[in-house]
Ligand binder design. Structure first.
Ligand SMILES: C[S@@+](CC[C@H](N)C(=O)[O-])C[C@H]1O[C@@H](n2cnc3c(N)ncnc32)[C@H](O)[C@@H]1O
Length: 254
């Protein structure tokens, strides 16, 4: 599928009046998914690092929800590594009871985007929390219908902790969507093809060849007594791509 994922950048604003660092600035990106217009702020020049950007894998997951007409009404949804919050915000607009999570320093950016994009009447279905993989997942319930993660498979250092968190939080019946840009040298292919399939039924449900982005749908392998299938043999994965890491767009300050 050939798709351009870039957004339209509308404005850059100084961010220091909102208590970010003096050299910070905010750029806004416009997106349209499932009939909703999203205006997503990215706080640049701060210490947010990769969290400051809307990543192509996040845009791809939003497009996937649109393409498959996925509705989250009445469903409990957890998002890992929300970043700007684009995916979790769309899941909320599509009816979900959503918990968006990331590292503590990222939460303010997520909350800023929620205020702009989620009507007040829907915000009771949404919460924003610190969830650091491998550390505090035990503070969360394990009854989610969906767990979402876009571009959370990007640094091999974090893979064991991410897998541990996914294994803890998912129950039988949880559908996990991971949208990953399969980058060279970060081990993302083997994480998806070899590690996760030991614990999850993994299926490729969409692929954007021009971006090396793959969307995986995963469910927990049933290890209850009587289940004699130790791992998923139906896993379909893709050849290793050759792109380097880069966000969906790299705006520059005015
Ligand atoms: C590449 S960004 C993707 C952001 C967003 N999901 C998107 O697609 O635009 C990866 C996100 O994962 C978060 N992250 C990385 N390591 C983490 C960890 N150990 N625990 C929790 N979040 C983590 C980062 O803070 C960042 O927001």
């Amino acid at each position: 599928m050939a798709t351009t994922l870039s957004s339209e950048y509308t404005s850059n604003d100084a961010a220091n009046e909102e208590n970010y660092c003096p050299s910070c600035y905010i750029t806004h990106s416009n997106f349209q998914f499932c009939g909703y217009q999203l205006k997503v702020a990215q706080i640049l020049g701060s210490n947010l690092g990769v969290s400051a950007y809307v990543w192509d894998a996040g845009i791809a997951l939003c497009r996937y929800f649109e393409k498959r007409n996925i509705i989250f009404s009445g469903k409990k949804v957890l998002e890992l590594g929300s970043g700007t919050g684009i995916v979790g915000i769309l899941a909320t607009l599509l009816g979900g009871d959503v918990t968006m999570t990331d590292r503590p320093k990222v939460l303010k950016q997520i909350e800023k985007n929620i205020l702009v994009n989620v009507p007040a009447a829907c915000r009771h279905r949404l919460q924003v929390c610190t969830l650091i993989w491998g550390e505090n997942h035990v503070d969360f319930p394990t009854d989610y219908d969906f767990i979402l993660g876009s571009d959370v498979v990007y640094s091999s250092v974090t893979y064991p902790a991410l897998a541990e968190t996914l294994r803890y939080l998912a129950r039988q019946g949880t559908t996990i969507y991971l949208s990953s840009e399969l980058r060279k040298r970060n081990g993302s292919v083997s994480f998806h093809e070899e590690h996760l399939p030991q614990y999850f039924n993994c299926q490729v449900v969409d692929r954007l060849d021009n971006k090396d982005i793959t969307i995986y749908e995963m469910t927990k392998i049933d290890t209850s007594p009587g289940d004699c299938v130790p791992r998923n043999d139906r896993n379909q994965c893709v050849a290793e791509p050759d792109t380097g890491i880069k966000p969906a767009a790299l705006p520059s300050p005015h």
